[in-house]
Design a protein around this ligand. Structure first.
Ligand SMILES: *Cc1c(COP(=O)(O)O)cnc(C)c1O
Length: 394
């Protein structure tokens, strides 16, 4: 066994990140304080979005966004090639995902999605949930077009793509071409707050609703109080202790401690993404014209490269994926499969999913593997990984 293990992903925590967290711990606010708002403002400034609501995870963000966009029994076009949380959030809202096949980048195929919209005579399709798989943004013009032409909502799951750009240079997470976007600050993602997530939007209604849902459905704005008798004194002044719960909300708050870390990390996002792109470019060159292995897509300077996915012809190479992964593991190299198609999960099968005709998703799943990529991966380690892969495949 080698003396160290290279995981497929890893956070980068530096001294100033630690200092920022210590400072938050010494401050008056551990949660719901000014640090959260600072973090939100910084996310808005970075992405270009008008509003940001920071929450306890991207899963929480997806849940709240889904409560804003969806009603019971609505249908949502989405992809099976994502983490479970994307389509789970649709179920949380009492709506149903329809799994659409993927394009050659691993993203939802928006042309197939349009075919569904054309055939949707019951008008049950309310939204498209588009995942920026691996950190590559979808075609923003197509998103805009579908949103306008079919009057549907678009949610972008940007858990992989903070730091990525659309073809016109605007940033992932801006929500310029959608109703809202969702970010993740889990340690494996492009920046981290330990656990954490955010919704970004340019729609003030979504913003205010998510703020309220994040905190138990509580409203503290006296202008919109409903129960006058309870809320106001006889001289029309507000009772100082009063608040109102107007809908069933949650505790999805993020702490000031997490926000301090997230804010410090956001200072470094561009440096982190440059490193990820450098690694992706080196992998790309290494696997060019190789037998049995290829990058999922040619080097893309707009991608945030949360993942570096290769497609391997395991059958041709005469090795199973299990053997391949185990061999690399014995060399101290961690790899992962992103993702097991969600529609094949037993829970989804119990709901009647699993038999969809998704040939690209199936072929992709049989061949994909995510190689190590993170800012602190050294060029020696990178060369070591490439050499070991070459060795196994030859
Ligand atoms: C990680 C991830 C999520 C969930 O993020 P959490 O912050 O862990 O809740 C959702 N969608 C995608 C595509 C992800 O990769």
């Amino acid at each position: 066994m080698p003396d160290k293990f290279i995981n497929y992903g890893k956070q980068t925590i530096e001294q100033d990140d630690i200092d920022a967290v210590v400072e938050a711990l010494k401050s008056d606010w551990l949660t719901s304080g000014p640090g959260v708002q600072d973090f939100e403002k910084k996310i808005s400034d970075y992405t270009g979005a008008g509003y940001t609501i920071a929450v306890s995870s991207a899963t929480a963000a997806l849940h709240l966004a889904s409560l804003c966009l969806l009603a019971k029994n609505d249908q949502v076009l989405t992809t099976a090639n994502s983490f479970l949380a994307t389509s789970n959030s649709i179920l949380y809202a009492g709506a149903y995902p329809l799994f659409i096949d993927i394009d050659k980048y691993g993203n939802i195929d928006l042309d197939l999605a349009e075919d569904y919209l054309k055939k949707d005579h019951s008008s049950k399709i309310r939204a498209i949930y588009a995942v920026h798989f691996s950190g590559k943004t979808p075609d923003y013009q197509k998103l805009e077009y579908l949103r306008k032409k079919y009057g549907i909502y678009i949610l972008e799951d940007c858990a992989h793509s903070l730091g990525a750009m659309y073809r016109n240079g605007t940033k992932a997470g801006s929500s310029y071409y959608s109703d809202c976007s969702v970010l993740s600050f889990h340690p494996v993602k492009n920046i981290t707050s330990g656990e954490g997530g955010a919704i970004t939007t340019n729609n003030p209604d979504i913003y205010h609703r998510c703020l309220q849902l994040r905190n138990h459905g509580i409203n503290r704005n006296s202008e919109s109080f409903l129960n006058f008798e309870m809320a106001f004194n006889e001289d029309n002044t507000v009772k100082p202790w009063y608040y109102e719960m107007t809908e069933l909300g949650y505790n999805y708050r993020i702490t000031d401690i997490q926000s301090a870390l997230g804010k410090s990390q956001l200072n470094k996002i561009d440096r982190f993404i440059i490193k990820r792109r450098e690694i992706a470019e080196i992998y790309g060159i290494a696997f060019q014209n190789k037998k049995f292995i290829q990058a999922l897509y040619p080097f893309d300077k707009f991608s945030a490269y949360h993942l570096f996915v290769v497609l391997i012809d395991f059958l041709g190479a005469g090795i199973s994926r299990t053997e391949f992964m185990n061999n690399l593991k014995a060399y101290g190299i961690g790899t992962q499969v992103h993702y097991i198609p969600i529609n094949k999960q037993p829970y989804y099968q119990k709901l009647g999913y699993g038999q969809e005709y998704l040939p690209n998703t199936r072929d992709y799943y049989l061949r994909c593997l995510s190689l190590p990529i993170y800012p602190e991966l050294s060029s020696e380690d990178l060369q070591y990984i490439i050499n070991k892969i070459d060795g196994i495949l030859s």
